[in-house]
Write a protein that binds this ligand. Structure first.
Ligand SMILES: O=P(O)(O)OC[C@H]1O[C@](O)(CO)[C@@H](O)[C@@H]1O
Length: 506
């Protein structure tokens, strides 16, 4: 029987409410059914996705599969990989997977040619073609900064080939912090902006060049590399054509780590590791493209996301990486998920109902000593993802990593089991859901897989909610008003007027 979307959602709301403990007690095969390993290819390790500590049941999964069918999920996914328009408000495809070799032939070919060009420049930089380069200041913001910052922090902690500083904020304090750590004589500047118009990035780029000049660099513009989907604007701005690394317009800002926006990553870790990151992501692309129903891991994760968000009314979801190298992951996921799915109308322009929960999180074990009180005993329903690596990232006494992992697993167990007490202050309600993602070893391939998994999970959520994850008009109004303030002559509300006066801006 084929259901409509509305019917499918109505059925999803009618399920019984077993506790997690009841679900485990009634099904000895629960872990096997709801956790699965994704192999990333020969020698590349794998990732375990354990969704057994969520409230998903066989019946719920079946009804979510009916929702996916009613939502035309398979058709939308085909369109995504075929390079067709999946962003109708901007009449664009979303071809980030083509950079990983998965997608429409012509787009993959174009992406590979652009990456080959980037590789030449990365290797030239390493080989000293531009003189000694010890530091790279990467200026960009949003999708042009969060991915590179996360990837460099995750993968290039031990002896990066070049010392990379990602600067996003227009607050001059951010750029000054990078200047203090760099020697102008051996510093290059990457200007990363899809549009090459973003005010923060353009002002930061100019200030970085001025700093080079003030510090004795004769030709600062010779030290600039532009990473952009608007190469003509970069040339107009003064970057030599040979140092402009373009990427396709169909790659969205928050999906652009795989393109030339990932230049600082390749500069820090070397081309082989950058390529391994793309390959790890490609393994997830192939899985997402070729697997149907609940066995599709990003889709299954979206089922659980929507169960908590739409059926149970959870307003947030939290991500805790028990890995210091992933401390920037919540920031990255905030943009990916909230800029993509923080919408209130459907693709057709109708009210959508609840959409993306607020993504937040932190790093374990630190977060245990700060925010976990609320998670164990507070009044909010917060589905949690735990992310960890079986192998350690450090070479210290193995006790460090063992304690880290034991704590990670203990939190999931405690949230689920809870603990009764006669004293209400010391009682833990339990039945609190979590999922665990466990990589064999956090390296370039598993990192790429982790990020691609979240991209596809975000897409799957959007399709099932019937919203467009690839536009972001919500960010425009604030920019417009900032421009009006700068131009002067316009009146605003009394509060804003007063603030502008106090700060000497009107
Ligand atoms: O890469 P650009 O064009 O500078 O844009 C930076 C960021 O700004 C946004 O457009 C939001 O303002 C993001 O979507 C984007 O990642």
């Amino acid at each position: 029987m084929t259901l409509t979307r509305d019917e499918a959602w109505k059925r999803l709301a009618l399920h019984p409410d077993p506790t997690l403990e009841e679900l485990f007690a009634s099904d000895a095969g629960r872990v096997e059914k709801l956790s699965a390993r994704l192999e990333l290819g020969e020698g590349a390790g794998g990732v375990l996705f354990d969704w057994s500590k969520t409230h998903l049941t066989e019946d719920l999964l079946a009804d979510f599969e009916a929702l996916a069918e009613a939502s035309g999920f398979a058709v939308m996914r085909d369109r995504l990989f075929a390079g067709e328009v999946v962003n109708p408000t901007e009449n664009r495809a979303a071809e980030h997977a083509a950079l990983r070799g998965v997608g429409r032939d012509a787009s993959v070919e174009e992406a590979q040619a652009l990456l080959a060009r980037m590789k030449i420049l990365v290797e030239a930089l390493h080989e000293g073609t531009f003189g000694e380069v010890k530091h790279l200041i990467h200026v960009g913001i949003g999708g042009s900064a969060l991915g590179p910052a996360l990837a460099v922090d995750a993968l290039a902690r031990d002896l990066p080939l070049v010392d990379v500083h990602v600067v996003s904020n227009i607050d001059g304090v951010a750029l000054e912090e990078a200047f203090v750590k760099c020697d102008p004589a051996t510093t290059f500047v990457a200007v990363a902006s899809k549009t090459f118009t973003t005010i923060e990035t353009m002002v930061n780029a100019s200030s970085a060049l001025a700093w080079l000049e003030e510090n004795g660099v004769a030709d600062p513009s010779g030290r600039v590399i532009a990473l952009t989907a608007a190469p003509e604007k970069a040339v107009e701005w003064g970057v030599d054509e040979t140092r402009v690394l373009p990427f396709a317009e169909s790659v969205g800002g928050r999906y652009s780590l795989w393109s030339s926006i990932g230049f600082p990553v390749a500069v820090a870790v070397g081309w082989d590791d950058f390529a391994a990151m793309l390959d790890g992501a490609a393994a997830v692309d192939a899985h997402f493209r070729d697997t149907d129903g609940r066995a599709n891991l990003p889709l299954r994760a979206a089922f659980a996301d929507l169960f908590y968000n739409r059926i149970k009314g959870a307003q947030t979801r939290a991500v805790f990486a028990y890995d210091e190298r992933l401390r920037l992951l919540p920031d990255y996921l905030q943009q990916l998920e909230m800029e993509s799915n923080g919408k209130s109308v459907t693709v057709g322009g109708e009210p959508s109902g609840p959409t993306a929960p607020i993504t937040w999180g932190g790093v374990g074990t630190d977060a245990q000593h700060a925010v976990f009180q609320l998670l164990h005993q507070g009044t909010h329903l917060v589905p949690i993802d735990f992310i960890a690596s079986v192998e350690p990232g450090d070479v210290l006494d193995p006790a460090h990593h063992q304690i880290l992992l034991m704590n990670c697993f203990a939190q999931g167990a405690a949230l689920m089991a809870g603990k009764a007490s006669d004293d209400p202050h010391r009682s833990y309600p339990g039945n609190r859901p979590s999922a665990t993602i466990l990589v064999d070893d956090l390296d370039a391939a598993t990192f790429g897989a982790l990020i691609a998994f979240h991209e596809h999970r975000t897409f799957a959520n959007a399709v099932l909610m019937d919203i467009n994850p690839f536009d972001q008009f919500g960010v425009e109004l604030g920019k417009e008003i900032a421009k009006k303030i700068e131009a002067g002559g316009e009146r605003f509300d009394a509060s804003t007027e007063a603030l502008l006066r106090i700060a000497g801006l009107s």
